[in-house]
Every structure is written in C-alpha cells, then in structure tokens.
Design a protein around this ligand. Structure first.
Ligand SMILES: *[C@@H]1O[C@H](CO)[C@@H](O)[C@H](O)[C@H]1NC(C)=O
Ligand SMILES: *[C@@H]1O[C@H](CO)[C@@H](O)[C@H](O)[C@H]1NC(C)=O
Ligand SMILES: *[C@@H]1O[C@H](CO)[C@@H](O)[C@H](O)[C@H]1NC(C)=O
Ligand SMILES: *[C@@H]1O[C@H](CO)[C@@H](O)[C@H](O)[C@H]1NC(C)=O
Ligand SMILES: *[C@@H]1O[C@H](CO)[C@@H](O)[C@H](O)[C@H]1NC(C)=O
Ligand SMILES: *[C@@H]1O[C@H](CO)[C@@H](O)[C@H](O)[C@H]1NC(C)=O
Ligand SMILES: *[C@@H]1O[C@H](CO)[C@@H](O)[C@H](O)[C@H]1NC(C)=O
Length: 351
C-alpha cells in the first residue's frame, strides 16, 4: 500500500543496543518455537532438504515428494499431493457474504493440491466452512482481536506439511495459474540454494463479482479478462513462502491493516531471500465490494502495524517493498512458466 515514512536514519547508540537485544530475543524465540515444531512435525527443514537432494540428483522435483502423510487424512484425499497450504481469516459481514461464498467454492476447486484453511473463532462461520469442506483453525494469537500473521503461519506449519504456505486475503479468487506458477518455481534452479522464498504479486480488481462469475477457476480467468483492472504495485494480497521461511523472526504484524505487506517484501529483500513477483503468470482476482480497494485503511486501528514497525525500525521506506522492486519475476515462454531476474530500478534502494 502506498504509504511511506520520512523518518530519518537513526544513528544513536541506544537504538543499536535495543535492536541487538531485540534481534537476540527474536532469534531465541524463533529457535525455541522452531525446535518445538521440529519435535512435533518431523521438521519442515528436513523436508526441504529431501527436496533439495532430489533436485541435485534429478534436476527437478516432483510435487509431493518427501512430504510426510499427515495423520489427519480421514477426509479421504491424498495429502502427499499437497503443494500449498492456503489460509485466510475473515469476520462475518452481510455485505461480504457473496464474496466469501465465492472464495470458499473457488479455493476448494484446487483440493487436494491446495488445502484451504479459515482461521476463525466464530461458531457459525466455522460450521459453515467445515460443512463446505474447508479446514478451520482457531485464532490463537491476536492484536486487538485481529489475527497476528506469523502465528497463522506457525499454526498451519505445525499441522500441514507442504512445500509452500500462504496467507491470502479472503476476497481473492484464484485460477489454475496459481498451481502452474508454484510448480514452475519448484522446477526452477533458484530453489537449489537454501534461501527462503517469498512469492507475491499484484492483484486484478473486479467490482461486484457475482456467484456465476466465480463458478470455476476457468470462469474466474474469463471474468478477469473481461472486467479486471490490474491494481498498483503497492498492493500485495498473498504471501506464498517456502517451508523454511523464518516467520518467527517477523514482527507481530496483524492482517488487514496497512503497511505490513510492503514491509514483508522489503524485509525479504533486505535479508536476501528469494523474492518472486508472480503478477504476469498468477491471477489473483480481488473481489472489490462496496468497501472499495483500500479496506485496510478504513479498519479499526489502521495504524497498528506502522506503529508497531516504527517502534522497531527507524527507517521505514515502504516504497522499496512494492512488487516492481522484487528480484525475480515469472512469465510465459512457449506455454511454460519461467522465472527471470529483473533489472531493479534505482528507486528500489536503499533497503
Ligand atoms: C498419493 O499421491 C502420490 C503423488 O501423486 C502418489 O504417488 C501416491 O501413490 C498416492 N497415494 C495413494 C494412497 O493414493
Ligand atoms: C454460495 O455458494 C454455493 C456453492 O458453493 C452456491 O450454490 C450458492 O448459490 C452461493 N450463494 C450465494 C448467495 O451466492
Ligand atoms: C480464539 O479461541 C481460542 C481458543 O480456542 C483462544 O485461545 C483465543 O484467545 C481466541 N481468540 C480470539 C481473538 O478471541
Ligand atoms: C522443468 O524444467 C525442465 C528443465 O529446466 C524443463 O525442461 C521442463 O519443461 C520444466 N517443466 C515445467 C513444468 O516447467
Ligand atoms: C457495484 O455495486 C454498487 C452497489 O452495491 C454500485 O454502486 C456500483 O455501481 C456497482 N459497480 C459495478 C461496476 O457494477
Ligand atoms: C486465462 O485467460 C488467458 C487470456 O484469455 C488465456 O490466455 C489463458 O490460457 C487462460 N488461462 C487459463 C488457465 O484458463
Ligand atoms: C538489464 O540491464 C542490462 C544492462 O543494463 C541489459 O543488457 C538487459 O537487457 C536488461 N534486461 C532487461 C530484462 O531489461
């Protein structure tokens, strides 16, 4: 989201000490939580190791290789095909009913390759989602009642094993291009190194999407072609990360409030993670409703994330966290998706 701070670079000693203490603290919390996940869930790192060794041997990975089958398989499908654990959260709002109803059906279409999950504590909403085939998890950690992003990743990573995990806003519809893009990333040599991966992209806005216009991924693609408008490079509505992404080192930003999206991308760039802009090959159709295109700005505590981040970092140049500043991008080449390095403009620095 277009929002930048003009605070000056900080050079005071106390701040460096504070930052070091914070870094130490978050590292130890991360290590603590990580070791818990490791014991519980056969270690996510190990799985990506298996994938990597497969890469080295055969030059490519088959989706699902090395993925532990999960005890929670009663639903009758083959979890080892799971490519992406896709989660979101929303609260019941009458004016968003069709939008969320569309999302529920749309994400289900990609099961079992994609597993949709709703975080909610609302009893009725939980029942509806479960009845329609989604998994539901409680919101364990929140700020002002709104889920904290990093703990959503932690909770799904404890329960599901997949090469990719993603938070997505709940008003985004996808097409098969989501799977195709992720498979191309899996197939790409950029995975050969150990670096965490973050994939984001611009969304395509469509106003007042009807149930008919969202009936399948194919129709979603058609709807986007007919009425869609690509949104700005500042909006990021989904964050697909690899299983080794260091989510526990991320500040406790909450969803649906400005600033966190661009901050996540700028942080990924700063930490030299592999960042991929999937805009060209991955359709994320945003169902624009009456609330408009900047809901995060109108919510309660719109400044929550910025206030949190500005207490931790004295230079917050959100502009360098927009999609046009991302290191790699995807595109079609002979009907295949390839991943290319981008010439990043000077305005994308300093980080
Ligand atoms: C599950 O899917 C994988 C990959 O598609 C396949 O190799 C395996 O045989 C399947 N297992 C069962 C029990 O269907
Ligand atoms: C909600 O989605 C279901 C399919 O999942 C569809 O049959 C129903 O018509 C939708 N309801 C509305 C109000 O759009
Ligand atoms: C949601 O419910 C869980 C218990 O299942 C509780 O620990 C948590 O605090 C609740 N979260 C919110 C935001 O009410
Ligand atoms: C995977 O990569 C190989 C070699 O780079 C290429 O020949 C193949 O077409 C790719 N497959 C997909 C689905 O991208
Ligand atoms: C969408 O619906 C609102 C009323 O809910 C209406 O004001 C607006 O014109 C509609 N937009 C389109 C493109 O149909
Ligand atoms: C989506 O629409 C575009 C443009 O019409 C088309 O080239 C592409 O093949 C479609 N993709 C899918 C998965 O239907
Ligand atoms: C990137 O920049 C180099 C040198 O400035 C140029 O040769 C190359 O064609 C550029 N690539 C793209 C994709 O613009």
């Amino acid at each position: 989201m277009a929002w930048s701070s003009t605070e000056s670079v900080c050079s005071s000693k106390t701040v460096y000490i504070q930052l070091s203490v914070l870094l130490l603290l978050s590292t130890s919390i991360y290590m603590f939580l990580y070791s818990r996940i490791e014991v519980k869930a056969f270690t996510i790192e190990k799985i990506s190791d298996i994938q990597k060794s497969l890469y080295r041997k055969e030059g490519k990975v088959q989706i699902g290789q090395g993925i532990r089958s999960h005890p929670d398989t009663e639903q009758g499908y083959n979890r080892s095909e799971l490519l992406l654990t896709l989660f979101t959260s929303w609260t019941t709002k009458a004016e968003k009913y069709i939008c969320h109803n569309n999302t529920i059906r749309n994400w289900l279409e990609f099961k079992p390759v994609i597993q949709p999950i709703l975080f909610t504590n609302e009893t009725l909403l939980k029942e509806e989602a479960v009845e329609k085939g989604w998994d539901v998890l409680p919101i364990r950690m929140s700020g002002r009642g709104v889920p904290i992003l990093k703990y959503m990743y932690r909770d799904v990573m404890e329960k599901y094993v997949s090469p990719f995990y993603a938070y997505s806003n709940g008003d985004i519809l996808y097409s098969h291009t989501l799977i195709d893009t992720l498979k191309a990333v899996m197939n790409s040599s950029y995975l050969l190194n150990d670096k965490p991966i973050m994939i984001v992209g611009r969304r395509t806005n469509v106003q007042n999407v009807t149930s008919e216009e969202a009936i399948s991924g194919k129709i979603v693609n058609k709807t986007a072609n007919i009425r869609g408008k690509l949104f700005t490079v500042w909006g990021e509505d989904y964050f697909i990360t690899s299983a080794n992404y260091p989510w526990m080192s991320i500040p406790e930003v909450i969803i649906g409030r400005r600033a966190y999206d661009n901050w996540l991308v700028l942080n990924a760039r700063k930490r030299n993670h592999v960042t991929i802009d999937a805009t060209i090959t991955l359709l994320g159709l945003h169902q624009t409703t009456k609330a408009g295109n900047s809901e995060g700005f109108k919510a309660d505590n719109p400044g929550y994330n910025h206030n949190l981040l500005s207490r931790m970092y004295h230079r917050l140049n959100y502009d360098v966290g927009c999609t046009s500043c991302i290191e790699f991008y995807t595109r079609y080449h002979d009907n295949l998706i390839e991943i290319l390095k981008r010439n990043i403009s000077k305005s994308c620095f300093p980080l």
